[in-house]
Structures are given as C-alpha cells and as structure tokens.
Ligand binder design. Structure first.
Ligand code: ARG
Length: 575
C-alpha cells in the first residue's frame, strides 16, 4: 500500500507529464493539497519553459494524458494549474484499506537508520525548569514519531552531573552535617546548592576548600565519589517522578550524563591537538573557529582544556558527539536544546568535522527552541524571581483541568474525574508546548492551555472521547463494511482526505523536526470530523451509508488516538 492518495495522484500526474512530453520524464509533478479541488499541480507552470510551450497549453496536454481511475476530474485553471479531483470510490477504498491495517496504512519505511536524540538533560541537584520541560516534551515527541516511521531511535539524557559546582556542594554538605536532605527531595538539594554557592562567593577559605574537593572528585577520591553518587541518585529519582508523570519514554538506561565522558576527555584533546585542529592559546587548548567571529572580529574559541587543566562543557560535548557517531553509529544526531546554545553546537560540529569524526552522510541538527514567557511577556519566573519549577506548573495545570472537567461532565465519579483531570492537565501542557512552532517563544498561560475549545490538547482529547461515545452505541455490531460505490458527501470527502494525509504529515514532522505540524494536522482533522458529524447522520443513516460512516468514525478515532500518542498525550475513552 502506498502511503497516501497524494503520492498516488502525484505518480499519475508524473506519468501524464511523461506522456505529454517525453523530454519531461522524471520531472517533479508538484502535487499539493488544494482548496479548490482535492489536489493541485503547478507542474505545467514550472516546466513550460523547458517544454517550449505556454503553461496553459502544456497543462491541457498533461490533463489529456493523465489516465487513472483514481481521478474523477482533471481541470486546467488560471494560468496553467491542474485541479485534480479524486473519484469517490478511490476515497472510500482508501478508508477501508487503512482501517483494515494495524499501521493505519503508514508503514515503517525508514528501517535501519540510527537516530540519536539528546533531550531533557536537566542538571543534577537543581530543579528542572521550564526550558527542560520544552526539551523533554519536544524531544520525546520526535523520538516517538521517528521511531514510529521505523528509525532506530537511541535516546540520550545528557544530564549535567559533572563539574566544579559539585566540589562546592559536596564540601558544603561535608561541613554542614545537620543539613537534611532526603533521597528524591530535589527542592532541598537545590536549596543547599544555593547556600553553597552563596558561601562560595562570600568566603575565600571555603572557596579554596571547594576547589580541593573538585580535585578529589575528579581524581576519584572514594569518599567524595560516594557523596556525589548519592546526590546524582537522589536527583535522578526526582527527575524520574516527573518523567513518569509526564509519561515520557526516557528510562534510566538512557542516562549518559556529562560524567560518562570523563575518561574520554584527555584522549579527545590529545587527538585534536595531534591532528592540528586544536591549538594552544594563553595556556589553554582551544579550537579556533574558521567561520565564527566574536564582536572583536577574532575567531571564537571552543575551549578544550582550561588554563588550570580542567575540562568543561565544550570538551564533553565533543567527546559526546564522537561517541555517538563512532560508537553508537548514529546516522542522524539531534540536540533538542534551547536556542541560546546555538553557537556552542555550531562550534562543536565544526570541530568534529575538522577532526574527521563526522562522515558527510551523518546529519547533525540542533533542534532549537525559544524561551517560555510569563504573562508579563518576560522569561517565566515566580514572583520571587526564581525560575518556576516544573512540578508546580503541572500541579497548576491539573488543578485547572479538574474544574474544567467537572463543569463539562459532572456525572463522572470522583476517581475517574481525578484521573481525567490529571490526563487532561498534563496533556494540555504538552500540547501547548508542541503546538507552537518550537523556534518561537511562547507564553505559559494555564487558562488557555486547559480549555476544551480552540487548538488545544483538551479539544482533541474530547473529540476522541466523543467519537468513542458514538461508537459505543454501535458496540457489538459486526465490523462496518465499506461500500465504495456509495455517494460521497463533501464533508465525507474532506474528512476522508484529511485522514489520508496522516502518513504524509508524519514524514513531514520527521523531515522538519517540527511537531507543531502534527498538532495542526490533528486539529484540522478533528474539525473535519465535526463538520462531517453535523452534516451526515451516522447511526440513523440507512445502509450502505451507515457502514461507510461508521468506518469513517473508526478511522478518525484511530488516527486521533495514534496522533495523540505520538505527541505523548493520552486519549481517554470517556471524559
Ligand atoms: N544540561 C544542559 C543545560 O541544562 C543541557 C545539555 C544539552 N545537551 C548537550 N549535549 N549539551 O543547559
């Protein structure tokens, strides 16, 4: 089964073009969905010059030559567009064929390609903030969509679990045995971390002891390492709770934090130095960019070894990329990290290319995203000026969802209402995140997110639950039989074509790495369903319309359910 009517129509038009003018064999038929017919092709306009004909004349010839019973009509409009209308039986056949398949007619076509996705990556001993929320949700959606299309996805959680700040924290804990923190209590650790930082800045002697502690940590002093391990485990336990609540795919096995690369750093620096890619500068070892210059016009350095001999974020990321390509055998490496780190990743990729670690066919992409803004249009912070913790954000969304759900369906029993509130609140946050173009900043507005109207997660969940309710009324009946010779109402046509574009939409998300395209698609499909349901009675319709319409309901439900699942959002049967 080809993946869509669009592909089939495009193939038919390509054949027509080759018949109309053999010199144009192989040309792109440029078929797109259209408002005026089902599809439109601008190929005649694009190819006219090459064919030595006026666009309208070429369009006429192609229209003549397109021969397929897939199309009920090929019309030339305007300066030479082809307007293509799919034949009713072809639409019904597609509905039936997709419904009959577990994969909804979207095959796992990318088999074999390994894609490493770096996402979430919070920092140990600190609360996750909204920036990590974005990375976690966007990265998880991409992992699901690429995996669904057959990519071999390797998730990597590049935890910030290494560095000089841990010397400071461990030293502070050592000097304050009364400081209580429990396993999984990130807020307490975060607070102690702040105290340690304040002390470090204010007290020269403490700063000195902290620096020795860093040396102890990096040279593997058992006592220091033991405390560090405890801090990492306690933080990871807290992260895990949030991941579970958010229903993201990340597992402990996906954690490969900065510390994981520690014993590879010296080798990386050596290798780059020997290759002549890294140079000494003022006692440090750096890679000077060939393309990026700073405000002073000098090349921007990637710092591999600081003057004090220490390694930092830059070195770690180089070792990481080397590992992902060389050892994990990635064909595509994605970094889902906020836009402010764009220069960092450009420098890392440049250095890796110069080192010869990146074969030309390996794609590295920084999947960057903008800032989360508060209601005041400034980066989201609490009243006290702190960054807002993820847990409190989710609580606020679920709280709001509880009220909306209760108003909508007061008859749900309390346990079900709780469950639905949690799924709706979390779904709302995720959907709000995914439905805006990721490169833009977006405003965190719980009221708007947790609404059942407009382009929201709740609207889609509710649309799905409503179809579930319709189908429950036909429960126990045999599977609907689709009769392709039945009339096709315009609303059925619109819905059938929308459903058919599911696979193309997923391919588009995989190519552009933009989840909002899937959200827009699902929203449009849910609206097409609403139009259909208003125009076409289902359960009370006579056969064969009833069977055809039930099939449309089932396929819509399955598509919304899977689409939401690929966004990482639950689709309850009842709401
Ligand atoms: N821990 C970093 C931060 O919170 C993000 C790490 C992103 N991944 C990477 N390979 N650098 O900013």
């Amino acid at each position: 089964m080809t993946s869509s009517l669009l592909t089939e129509v495009a193939a038919a038009v390509a054949d027509g073009i080759a018949v109309a003018d053999p010199a144009l064999t192989g040309a792109d038929p440029l078929v797109r969905p259209s408002e005026r017919a089902d599809f439109q092709s601008g190929a005649a306009l694009a190819l006219a010059r090459r064919a030595g004909r006026a666009p309208a004349e070429l369009a006429d010839r192609v229209a003549e030559a397109v021969r397929t019973d897939l199309l009920a009509g090929v019309r030339v409009s305007g300066p030479g567009f082809l307007e293509l209308t799919v034949a009713a039986p072809a639409v019904w056949r597609r509905v039936a064929a997709r419904l009959a398949r577990d994969d909804l007619g979207v095959p796992r076509a990318e088999a074999g390609r390994r894609v490493v996705i770096d996402y979430s990556a919070p920092n140990i001993a600190k609360e996750l903030h909204v920036g990590h929320l974005r990375s976690t949700i966007i990265g998880d959606c991409l992992a699901r969509v690429l995996g669904r299309l057959g990519d071999d996805v390797v998730r990597q959680n590049h935890l910030g679990d290494w560095g000089t700040q841990f010397g400071m924290l461990i030293q502070y804990l050592d000097e304050h045995p009364e400081a209580a923190w429990r396993h999984g209590d990130l807020a307490a650790l975060d607070q102690l971390y702040r105290e340690a930082r304040a002390r470090f800045d204010a007290d020269e002697a403490f700063a000195g002891r902290s620096r020795s502690r860093v040396v102890a940590l990096q040279s593997g002093d058992p006592e220091t390492i033991a405390v560090w391990r405890e801090i990492v485990a306690a933080s990871e336990a807290a992260f895990r709770r949030l991941y579970d609540r958010l229903d993201v795919l990340l597992t402990p096995a996906d954690s490969a934090g900065e510390s994981f690369y520690n014993d590879r750093l010296a080798g990386v620096v050596d290798e780059l130095t020997r290759a002549g890619v890294a140079v000494e500068s003022d006692g440090a070892v750096v890679v000077l960019s060939a393309t990026e210059t700073g405000p002073d016009g000098a090349p921007v350095p990637l710092i591999l070894r600081k003057r004090d001999g220490g390694y930092g974020y830059d070195t770690t990321d180089l070792a990481t990329l080397r590992y992902r390509v060389g050892e994990l055998c990635a064909g595509r490496v994605l970094y889902v990290v906020d836009a402010r780190q764009a220069l960092h990743f450009r420098l890392v990729v440049e250095a890796a290319r110069r080192a010869g670690w990146l074969p030309g066919d390996v794609e590295v992409a920084h999947v960057s995203f903008g800032t989360v803004l508060g209601p005041d249009g400034r980066p989201f912070r609490t009243r006290a000026g702190d960054t807002v913790t993820l847990g409190s954000l989710l609580d606020a969304a679920v709280e709001r969802a509880r009220a909306v759900v209760a108003a909508k369906n007061p008859s749900l029993d309390p346990a079900a209402a709780d469950r639905v509130a949690e799924l709706t609140g979390i779904g709302a946050v995720k959907y709000a995140e995914l439905s805006t173009s990721r490169t833009k900043d977006y405003t965190f507005d719980v009221g708007r997110m947790v609404s059942f109207t407009g382009n929201t997660g709740g609207y889609l969940q509710y649309a799905h639950a409503r179809i579930a309710a319709i189908l429950r009324r036909a429960e126990g009946e045999a599977d609907p039989v689709v009769d392709p010779t039945t009339d096709l109402h315009p609303a059925e046509r619109a819905l059938g074509l929308a459903l058919d574009a599911f696979g193309d939409t997923l391919a588009d998300v995989a190519a552009t790495l933009e989840p909002h395209r899937l959200c827009t698609y699902l929203y449009d499909t849910a609206r097409a369903f609403t139009d259909f349901y208003e125009a076409c009675p289902v359960l009370t319709a006579p056969e064969p319309s009833r069977g055809n319409r039930l099939a449309l309901c089932r396929l819509t439900k399955a598509t919304l359910r899977e689409g939401l699942a690929l966004l990482g959002i639950a689709a309850p049967e009842r709401m």
